[in-house]
Design a protein around this ligand. Structure first.
Ligand code: NAD
Length: 283
């Protein structure tokens, strides 16, 4: 293996330490506690685990977290009403709705109910629009922001580089492409209908793979010295594996993120960072 591993656990630990310091300072100077509310609808076990993880992360940095649990049979209007209450609650600075929501709920309508300044996931159209247009100061989705931080931690200059993003979702692919353009990379977006994926990935100085397809990218598809960011999280029994075949890709890449221990922990740390940013707007 020749690639340097981009250690998401270590990077996120440093971010948490810095957030803890700032949260303590805010409490000392203003007497205020930063609050994050998570709306959890239904009883999906994976969602419950994610939410518990988010609560633990908040605890570690001194952010007060609360979970609004709603039954699976809740209607869209019920969830919207719960979100509106949180919008009006001055002790809550960040709001997120845990996805996936139970079938039948209108996820999009629910997201649009969140006050954009409290939208720590950055999914509200106001935040998406600001990111697209470059106007204002949007809340940026956690995973894409974490990815750019990870690329920045390498000595690869994004300016003028060729970045290839595999996946075009609203959650990862689209926002990460916009962020990479903002960093002056030339960006190619690939997706499920792309013809000859390897022809594109082999030309990537920076390769971000967010397809949710185990082993989609193998070493022969990676340019020598590239930065490879594996966003994929695919279940393999009780293990989680990425979209990139780590062993073969690490032989060619200059830098690579592992799964687990790469993008996942960074996403969680950036959620705390976004909550702090939301406090600065609403506190
Ligand atoms: P999604 O299903 O919404 O989008 C997948 C995208 O991949 C689509 O745009 C599709 O066109 C593209 N795609 C699918 N098959 C392809 C193929 N064979 N070739 C090229 N493109 C293909 O998924 P998502 O929400 O963007 O998530 C992608 C992956 O990242 C999933 O595994 C998800 O679990 C993971 N993820 C991880 C984190 C994290 O914090 N680590 C956060 C978000 C998503």
């Amino acid at each position: 293996m020749s690639a340097v591993i981009i250690d998401g656990r270590e990077m996120s630990r440093k971010i948490r330490i810095s957030i803890r310091r700032r949260v303590d300072l805010i409490r000392k100077q203003t007497g205020k506690t930063i609050g994050l509310a998570v709306v959890l609808v239904g009883d999906d076990p994976a969602s419950a685990i994610y939410v518990r993880g988010k609560q633990r992360d908040c605890e570690k940095v001194g952010i007060a977290s609360s979970v609004i649990r709603m039954p699976a049979a809740s209607g869209t209007r019920d969830v919207e009403a719960a979100v509106r209450e949180l919008n009006a609650d001055a002790s809550i600075h960040g709001i997120l709705v845990q996805f996936p929501l139970p079938a039948g709920l209108d996820s999009n309508a629910i997201i649009q109910t969140i006050d954009p300044t409290k939208d720590v996931d950055g999914f509200h159209v106001v935040n998406c629009g600001m990111l697209l247009s470059g106007v204002g100061n949007p809340m940026i989705p956690c995973t894409p922001l974490g990815i750019v931080e990870m690329i920045r931690s390498t000595d690869r200059d994004m300016t003028g580089s060729h970045a290839v993003v595999v996946g075009r979702s609203n959650l990862v692919g689209k926002p990460v492409s916009l962020l990479l353009q903002r960093e002056n990379a030339t960006v190619t977006m690939c997706h499920s209908r792309t013809v000859d994926l390897a022809e594109h990935t082999r030309r990537a100085d920076i390769l971000v793979v967010a397809a949710g397809r185990r082993g989609l990218v193998t070493g022969d598809m990676v340019k020598h010295g590239a930065v490879v960011i594996d966003v994929g999280m695919n279940r393999d029994g009780d293990r989680v594996v990425g979209d990139v075949d780590f062993d073969s890709a690490a032989k060619r890449a200059g830098w690579i993120t592992p799964v687990p221990g790469g993008v996942g922990p960074m996403t969680r740390a950036i959620l705390l960072q976004n909550t702090l940013q939301a406090f600065k707007r609403n506190g």
